[in-house]
Ligand binder design. Structure first.
Ligand code: SF4
Length: 205
């Protein structure tokens, strides 16, 4: 799905450059595409569970099987995504299965296949608003969520000279999903546009 967005954006950018139009073409293309139709039909599934498990299942089933996306209104999420992150002590660690190398792969293999590339000397595109928050709040209270949700393992806590955990940002691996910008519990991570379109590259085999 993410790739489809990128292709639509690339097409809009191409037409905007060629015909001196504005990037609003992207918005029009998106609204007229199957992506918009599919997302619109599914818009109420997740927020329906704000009302509890049973109402959520009932509303989702009604929407899916009977109304087929024609619910007369759009339900809202209760609060922003970053405020939904609980402190780690309320949860048990999840033990994920190892990649099976058939359908799932380790991070270096997945990164290699994403064709991600950034110029080695380009300016950093990921910024911490307050550099102390990772070690003072995110790691002790939230078990370092940025090192868990980032699909490219950009954020790593490694020991510094004194053996204390210190956040290291491997920005060259970034896939530009923007999860860190959205999900960081203190909204401390700022994603900015990388220089020269660096990032994953779509290639036709
Ligand atoms: S944008 Fe996505 S891939 Fe890039 S650092 Fe943030 S979470 Fe990781």
């Amino acid at each position: 799905m993410n790739m489809q967005y990128r292709m639509l954006a690339a097409e809009a950018a191409f037409h905007a450059l060629r015909e001196d139009l504005s990037m609003e073409t992207y918005w029009d293309n998106l609204k007229n595409s199957w992506i918009w139709e599919e997302l619109y039909r599914a818009r109420n599934y997740r927020p329906a569970f704000e009302y509890g498990l049973v109402p959520g299942l009932a509303i989702s089933a009604l929407e899916h099987y009977v109304l087929k996306g024609k619910f007369p209104f759009t339900l809202k999420h209760g609060k922003p995504d970053h405020e939904e992150t609980d402190v780690a002590k309320l949860h048990c660690p999840i033990q994920y299965p190892k990649p099976d190398e058939v359908l799932s792969f380790d991070v270096p293999t997945s990164l290699h296949r994403s064709n991600t590339n950034h110029e080695h000397d380009q300016p950093a595109h990921l910024h911490l608003r307050d550099p102390k928050i990772p070690e003072v709040i995110n790691l002790p209270e939230y078990a370092g969520p940025e090192s868990r949700y980032c699909p490219a393992r950009v954020y790593e806590y490694n020991p510094d000279d004194k053996g204390q955990p210190k956040l290291q940002i491997n920005a060259q691996n970034c896939l530009h999903c923007k999860a860190c910008d959205i999900k960081d519990p203190k909204q401390n991570i700022e994603w900015t546009v990388p220089e020269g379109g660096g990032g994953p590259k779509y290639s036709v085999m």
